[in-house]
Every structure is written in C-alpha cells, then in structure tokens.
Design a protein around this ligand. Structure first.
Ligand SMILES: Cc1cc2nc3c(=O)[nH]c(=O)nc-3n(C[C@H](O)[C@H](O)[C@H](O)COP(=O)(O)OP(=O)(O)OC[C@H]3O[C@@H](n4cnc5c(N)ncnc54)[C@H](O)[C@@H]3O)c2cc1C
Length: 396
C-alpha cells in the first residue's frame, strides 16, 4: 500500500497503542474467559477510536478512511495481537452492513448499540443441510400469525452460534413462487422458546465454533423482519457481500505472518544463507513468498476498486480461489518443517519456538475452499460475471 506521512503516523500511533494496551498474558486470559476477553478487547479498540473499523460516525463508529481501516487489519494480524474482532465478526460486518442498508431506523437503534457495547454476539444462520451452494432452495418455513412469524426448520454451519445471543436467519415465507422470491430475512433472539443450538465438533478439535440450530414453532415478533416480506434474497446478498469484503483482508494478510513463522523454523534447520537458498526448503519458501506477495497485491488492487465502487465485485472470487489453496500450501510447509513437534506435544524440541499448532493450522486451512462459497461456485461466478460466459440455466 502507498503510505503518505499522515497514514504512516496513524500506523505508528496505533502500533504504540497496541504495544501499551495488550497484556502479555492475553493468550491465558483468552483461554480462561473466552467471551470476557473478547468483550474487553473489542471495547478497548472502540474506546480508543479504532473500532469497529469500517463503521461510520453516524452509527457510533470511528469514521476511519479505508486506508486507515487497512492499517488496523494489517497491524492486528500480528501473531502477538489477539484476533480481531473475534466473537463480534458477524455483528460488526454482516449485521451492521445489512441493517445500515436495509434495516428500519428502529432496528438500527435497537441492535447496533448493543453490538458497539459488546453486549451481543451474532451468528449467521443461512445454510441448511440441503441448501448450501444453492442457498435459495432453503426449506426453513416462516408464516405470519398475528403480530408474530412462526418458524420451523433446521440450520447448519452457523459460525459463532454456540456463543450467540442473536442470529440473522433466512426463512421461506412463500413456497408457491420461484425460490428466490419467497424468502424473508429475520433477526432472531436465540433465547426464544423452541430454539435448540447444537454445537458441532470439528476435526481441529474446536467444539464451539459451529452449530446446528433447530427451530420448533419459534415465535419471532414481526418487527424483526428486515425489509419487506419475501424480499429476503436481495437483502441476503448484502450480507454475503459483507462476508466477501473486508473480512477477507485479515485472513489473507495472516498468511504473511504464517509463512514468516514457518520460514523461521526452516532456518533453524538450515541457518546458512547460501545453503538455504539452494535447499528444497529454500526453494519452496521462495515460491510461497512470491505467491503470498502476489496475493497481497491482488488484495490491494481489489480494495482500490472497493473504495471506488463501495462493494466488492466479482474479482473477490479470483482472490478467494487463489487464497484457499495457498493457505493449504503455506500451512503444509509449516507442518513439514515443524514435523511431529508441529502438533502441540509437551517437551518436543521445536515446540516452544513454533508459535502455533501447525497440524491444526493445516486442517483449518481447508475451510476456505468451502466457507463463503466453495471454489467451484467461485469459478462459476468468474465464468459468468468476469469472463461473460453463458449462465447455467435456472430451472426453478
Ligand atoms: C468455515 C465455514 C464457516 C461457515 N459459516 C457459515 C455461517 O456462519 N452461516 C451459514 O449459514 N453457513 C456457513 N457455512 C456454510 C457454507 O456457506 C456452506 O458450507 C457452503 O455454501 C457450501 O454448501 P454445502 O456445504 O451445503 O455444500 P454443497 O452445496 O452440497 O456442495 C457440495 C459440493 O458440490 C459443489 N457444487 C455445488 N453446486 C455446484 C454448482 N452449481 N457447480 C459446481 N459445483 C457445485 C460444491 O462446490 C461442493 O464441492 C460455513 C462453512 C464453512 C466451511
């Protein structure tokens, strides 16, 4: 990124603030009290005028410029910095971006303030067991009953739902029209009677990141409908764009840090510069380093367009299919170099120097080929919207 003096000063002040604010034992604090630490961390960022980075002043945000926001994402990807905004990612991006565009003034007043005060964790409950890539075929039903809607159905892969207080939910309100025309968008209190949240355990060992959500005769006040009944598909597209926008930045930039950690381990094995340069570990590193830097350039290019147009374009799909396999190869490099010590095991020689669990990193790196739209779906988007190839026929 081209940095002028004012931006360099902003970065330096923010770096100093991070250094002075983050406690040395933050990892222990996070492990002891996951929610409490997340609440403290996002509140500290907000109070200092750094968060939520992309919120405008009118809704209580800091009103930062896009380059300043980028500085915040860049600096907080440092491995010595707690993940940001952590538990509040769906609230900060999906909920904020959707409500500011489609919510009523009452909904904005009622829901954005508790997010700012770190009092409310939100989850996104869109996907269903048979509606992922083809989200519009979702079957969860909602029908109007007096002042309420009554919802029945099942969601899956709802990130953060085990910690969630509220969720954004899509449900079918008219089954008799083409599938995209009969969906509505709701704000749902997860403490409502009839809701059961069942956490899903993952291969990485994480037990509380995802959940299935079951709805049995759940009453949602009609005031929690966002926009008009049956206009939910259009509104959901704002949410999905939020997911593919600034949220991708920290993920992509973290790769630089991950590769730096991996090469630090490789250099312990081959400290000599010339020997490293001709070794297979050195050659692999050179290739990965080049690709990570190309990714950063692509990201900054897409961001420049994002500033101009105000929302991510189909180019973000190109970044995503470049990013996902690169994450797998970078984490595989770290795992190869760290060997068995790459999986946290007490007493292993390299373990103390490995800043993360490389096996878990590697297993987790695969999620990006699926989350936010699978690679095949991204290829469809590139074919149709970037290259102008004919669309798949819509049969329903
Ligand atoms: C880390 C992670 C976080 C997630 N978080 C959330 C969340 O918070 N909330 C939420 O609602 N959902 C979430 N999801 C769910 C995610 O959106 C879906 O998993 C994703 O859309 C794919 O849907 P699916 O799993 O049903 O796979 P399917 O749609 O069944 O796809 C199976 C395979 O078929 C391929 N395929 C499907 N259709 C086509 C096509 N038209 N052309 C070519 N190939 C095709 C796919 O690429 C894939 O390889 C998350 C998923 C992950 C991995």
């Amino acid at each position: 990124m081209i940095e002028d003096t004012a931006l360099a000063e902003f970065r330096s002040t923010f770096r100093t603030w991070l250094r002075d604010t983050i406690p040395n034992d933050w990892r222990d604090q996070l492990a002891d009290d996951y929610r409490g630490f997340n609440v403290w961390w996002v509140s500290a960022m907000r109070d200092a005028g750094y968060g939520p980075p992309h919120w405008a002043k009118q809704v209580g945000g800091p009103g930062l410029s896009l380059p300043e926001q980028l500085v915040i994402y860049e600096e907080t990807t440092d491995p010595d910095c707690p993940g940001y905004p952590g538990l509040f990612s769906c609230a900060y991006t999906h909920v904020h971006d959707t409500l500011t565009l489609h919510g009523s003034p009452e909904q904005i007043d009622r829901h954005l303030k508790p997010i700012l005060d770190a009092k409310c964790v939100w989850a996104q409950a869109f996907s269903e067991p048979e509606a992922g890539s083809d989200l519009a075929s979702l079957k969860t039903r909602a029908f109007r009953d007096g002042d309420d809607y009554v919802v029945n159905g099942q969601k899956i892969w709802s990130t953060l739902a085990p910690h969630g207080d509220w969720a954004i939910v899509l449900a079918r309100t008219d089954p008799d029209v083409p599938k995209r025309k009969g969906i509505s968008y709701f704000l749902v209190d997860l403490a409502s009677p009839g809701i059961e949240v069942r956490p899903i355990k993952q291969i990485t060992g994480a037990e509380n990141d995802f959940a299935e959500i079951f709805f049995t005769d759940v009453h949602i006040p009609a005031e929690n409908l966002v926009g008009q009944e049956n206009d939910g598909w259009r509104i959901a597209n704002t949410t999905l764009a939020a997911e593919r926008g600034p949220l991708a930045i920290p993920t992509a930039l973290t790769l630089r840090e991950t590769l730096a950690d991996a090469v630090a381990l490789a250099r312990l094995q081959i400290p000599d510069d010339s020997a490293f340069a001709v070794s297979s570990l050195g050659q692999r590193y050179a290739q990965l380093h080049g690709e990570v830097e190309i990714l950063a350039e692509m990201l900054y290019g897409t961001l420049a367009k994002f500033i101009e147009v105000g929302e991510p374009g189909p180019e973000s799909s190109i970044i995503k299919i470049f990013l996902a396999p690169l994450m797998q190869r970078v984490s595989a490099y770290g795992l190869d170099v760290a060997g068995s010590a790459g999986h946290h095991e007490k007493g292993a020689s390299l373990r103390d120097r490995a800043s993360s669990d490389w096996l878990v990193n590697h297993l987790a790196s695969w999620v990006w080929t699926i989350a936010g739209g699978s690679d095949q779906i991204q290829r469809n988007i590139i074919g149709e919207r970037v290259l102008g190839l004919p669309r798949d026929p819509l049969v329903d």
